[in-house]
Write a protein that binds this ligand. Structure first.
Ligand code: GTP
Ligand code: MG
Length: 137
């Protein structure tokens, strides 16, 4: 069965949306395999966001992601990688479809940082890599 990494990012945790994100994952029928609260440091984040290094939003994103705790969730289910990204909606909450997490709950931008509540892995390879980072022993 496929697994993905979902993160409730610091904006979501701070706004008390962890339960709402978990509810959407569970009512969709996916299984929670593991969950932990992580106050991420730069080492975790630079590994997680390696593909974005050098982009204009990179430093702001890393700083924001260190601003408070993140909830990391290992989620399992049939085609869960694609399925969770569909539940999350497109990256920018302004244009994410109503009915999605970002479309319903996303609050847009703050000081150049895109506040979009959740992260979901985008491929089997990314999921394995990211689960290894956030659920390292
Ligand atoms: P994730 O599930 O978070 O990976 O979202 P995604 O796959 O839809 O987006 P992507 O991997 O391209 O970007 C990762 C994160 O970087 C996003 O969730 C945003 O927080 C941030 N980000 C992406 N693009 C931009 C951008 O153009 N501007 C800003 N400020 N942030 C961005
Ligand atoms: Mg991504």
């Amino acid at each position: 069965i496929e697994e993905t990494l979902v993160l409730v990012k610091p904006d979501g945790v701070q706004r008390g949306l962890t339960g709402e994100v978990l509810r959407r994952i569970e009512t969709k029928g996916y299984s929670l395999v593991d969950i932990r609260l992580v106050h991420a440091d730069r080492a975790i984040l630079s590994a997680h966001y390696a593909e974005h290094e050098g982009k204009p939003f990179y430093e702001g994103l890393l700083e924001f992601m260190q601003s408070g705790p993140t909830v990391a969730i290992r989620v399992a289910g049939h085609r869960v990688i694609e399925g969770f990204r569909s539940l999350a909606g497109t990256t920018d909450p302004t244009t994410a479809a109503p009915g999605t997490i970002r479309g319903d709950l996303g609050r847009d931008w703050d000081a150049g940082v895109l506040l979009n509540i959740v992260h979901g892995s985008d491929s089997v390879e990314s999921a394995q890599r990211e689960l290894g980072i956030w659920f390292a022993a």
